[in-house]
Ligand binder design. Structure first.
Ligand SMILES: [Zn+2]
Length: 151
């Protein structure tokens, strides 16, 4: 399944090089024309609500992850700031296009952002906006490992 999805991704990019490219981390297919600054994204979602038609796809502008980013684009741990949204195709098993938030670290390397549970789900933390904070994937990964190590 995983292999098939990766194969599908490869083909997608190979056959549409004018429309798609890989994200810098190589994990996602990115629509070349599907980039919005953080401010543009907030303005469009305020104006059009939860969903828009973009590049031939129905795209979600709202949801727990995106709402967390809209509240703050800044990693609570290292202070890196998400500055633009890229419309991308899926994690490995999900080929539906969605927006991901990116910024750059101090060395200029592309940094992806994610939502983080303030109180972890394993400790009873809820899937609600109040329990979410923005974190870059590097800090989120470190936090994840640390919590696992402590328990
Ligand atoms: Zn961070």
């Amino acid at each position: 399944m995983k292999q098939n999805a990766l194969q599908a991704k490869d083909n997608f990019v190979r056959f549409n090089p004018e429309k798609f490219e890989f994200s810098e981390n190589g994990r996602y297919i990115r629509f070349k024309e599907g980039v919005l600054s953080y401010e543009e994204f907030c303005r469009i979602s305020n104006e059009y609500g939860e969903r828009v038609e973009m590049l031939g796809h129905g795209i979600k502008l709202s949801g727990l992850r995106l709402d967390t980013f809209r509240r703050s684009p800044k990693c609570v741990k290292c202070g890196a700031v998400g500055t633009r949204f890229h419309l991308e195709l899926g994690s490995v098993n999900d080929m539906s296009p969605h927006f991901n938030l990116y910024g750059r670290d101090a060395e200029g390397k592309e940094l992806m952002f994610t939502k983080d549970h303030i109180l972890p789900k394993s400790k009873g933390g809820r899937d609600s906006l109040e329990n979410m904070q923005t974190m870059c994937t590097v800090c989120n990964c470190e936090k994840g490992n640390k919590i696992e190590g402590e328990e």
